[in-house]
Each structure stands twice: as C-alpha cells, then as structure tokens.
Design a protein around this ligand. Sequence first.
Ligand code: PHB
Length: 393
Amino acid sequence: MVLTFVSGTRSLLLTYERSYSYTMRCVLLAQLFEPMVLGGQTLPNRFVLPPLTRSRAQADGVPTPLMAEYYRQRAGAGLVISEGTVVSPQGSAYPQVPGLYTEAQVEAWRPVVAAARSKGAAVYAQLWHVGRQAHSSVQPDGRPPVGPSPIAIAGWEYRTPDGPVPFEVPRALSEADIAGIIAQFVTAARNAVAAGFDGVELHAANGYLFDQFFNSSSNQRTDRYGGSIENRLRFLYEVIEAVSAFVPVNRIGVRISPSSNWMDVSDPDKRSLYSALVRGVSDRRLAYLHLVEPGIAGAVDAETDPTAIESTELGALFDGPVIVTGGHTPETAAAAVGSGSADLVGFGRLFIANPDLPRRVLHEAELSGLREEGLYAGGPIGYTDYPELQSSN
Ligand code: PHB
C-alpha cells in the first residue's frame, strides 16, 4: 500500500517534471518567434540565414536558378543574408562565387532575391572583397592579390584545384587604389538595391580585406589608413559613408569576427580594436552588428581561447540590433534572445542541413545533420537535396 502510494507519487512527479520542462522549453523557444523591426522592416522571427559560401554561381559570378531554389527553401528565416558576394573580380578568391559588379549578375540575382523573400524575410547582400586571401591564378591579369601592406598570410595555404599552395605577398594598395575599391563597394551596393535586396552587409570578418586593415599583423601602413586604431578603421568608415549615399545607413550591417586569428590576422590588443570599431559603427546607427562567436574560425570550429572577447561584451557597446552566429542550438539562441544579449541568431550548418529550420523548431521536429559532400561547389547534391518536413507535421 505504502509502496504503491510512493511509486504513484513518483510517477506523477515525473510526469509533472517532464511536462514542466517541456512547457519551459516551449516558452524558451517561443522567444525565437517574436517578430522584430530591423531597418524599418518587420521580420517574422529571429532566425538568420547567415552568409554561407556554396559556390554554385557561374564561372563569371552570375547567380543560377539552382541558387534561387536553395534560397527559396530557406526563406523561412526572419533575415536572409546572401553568401559572400564579391564587389569585383579582384575581390574574389574562389571560382563560382557570385558577384554584383555586372549587369548580367544583377539580372540573375533578381529571381534569387525574390525567392529568398517569398515568406516575408528581409534579404541583405553580403558584400565581399577578399584582399590578400586571393591568388594570382584567379586574379585579373594574373597579378598577385592586393592588401593593405605587402605581407603574405603565414600558416595557411591557398586552395587551388591542383592542391594547396603558399599565399603570395600582396601588392600594397595605394590611396588611389583604396578609393577605387570604395567605388567598387558603392557600385555593388547600388546593384544590390537594383536586384531587389533590402540592404547590404559589409563582410569585415574572417581576415578578409576590411579585417586586414583592422589588424596590425596585416596592416603596417604609415599613411592615414594605418598606425592608430582610428586610422586602421578608416577604410571601413569610408565605405559606410560612401555606400550610405545609395543605401540608407539603417539598411547597412557590418559583420566582424573579433576573436578569430583565422588567416593570420592578429593584433596585440584586439579588445581595444574591436571595442573602438563597435562604438564607431554604433554612432553611425547601422542596421545591425553581426558578431561571429569566439568558437568559430572562418568556416570551422575553433578552440575557445580564454582571452576571447565574448559577444555579450561587444554587443553591449552597440546601440541597435545584434546578430550572433556560430555554434548555436535553438536553445542557446533562444536564451541569448531571451536575455537580451542578442536580437537575432544565425544558424549556418543547421540551415544548410535543415532548409525549413524555423518550422522544424516550431514543431519540435528532429533536426538533420550536415553532410560533407557538396558543401562547396557541385550541383544539387548537398545543396538543395536536404528534405523539408512533410506538411502533415
Ligand atoms: C569559406 O569559403 O570557407 C569561407 C568564406 C567566407 C568566410 C569564411 C569562410 O567568411
């Protein structure tokens, strides 16, 4: 009798506990489905498709119908950010990356952008110049790539179709060259608007051109683009200023990776560097600050360094929407949104493998894992062949 009573109570308690944790989980995840306003647009949820290089454009950087299908499948995000899209042939390191510098590219982006917004997402183009991460084998006229200073990337190799080769010493940009690149960003931003994008994100992360200017390991200039932190940030600020003539500042986002040394960008005082940057872009009232989480280096997981700068620390310096991307689960994302430390969360690998990720999270459906095959380049396999939930679910 007593035993029956005890075990009955225990099972009741267990049931209660399970339903309590289930309810709490639902309450937590509900944070991801709160609409929010970004750049004057209402986003239906807090999920971001972050920029992901998938290399399915034509060799001339013209987007393909297959890309439209890929973005249509992932249109359930609140914010869709395009894969890195180069502002010029010089800004490109790899074949089959899309561009926004020819009329044919603009035309071919239109149906891709329309597909990406088919479920109410805001759609931003990520504008990209790789600087010294390119290679003469893919540069116009076969010349070496460009960078702030003639310092090659050490410790990493450039991937050619025939295997890895050392990075080359870049040609240092003159002030006139820098003005030319700023003009390329302006043209690409105007083209993005013409193609239907709602805004643009400047790719200032992962050791690409902006990041090469920020960090002293790659920027040893003695002119107004090097030396002090303000000088190293000048190129970014000038691009923002120039682009804002055609895209309102509240439709321009900036993406940075403050804790990553990926591709040999280092600085003795990253905390002062990126804190100054975040304050500077905050003053400019941009659409958002997009932070790559410390556990990520480029496209892969990294050991978290104890000196890493937490996203919460930098996000607190930014007066506006903050996006965090890298290694999040729906639960950690909801906790970040719930605590106010982030407004939006990017899911790269989860969105590749689960095209209808928000819907799956809403229905507590199982999430698929990522396959290596087709991550970069190729056709539909590993790109548009990840299944969506059946509508009965
Ligand atoms: C990549 O192609 O692996 C890649 C591209 C852009 C990034 C990071 C990684 O920002």
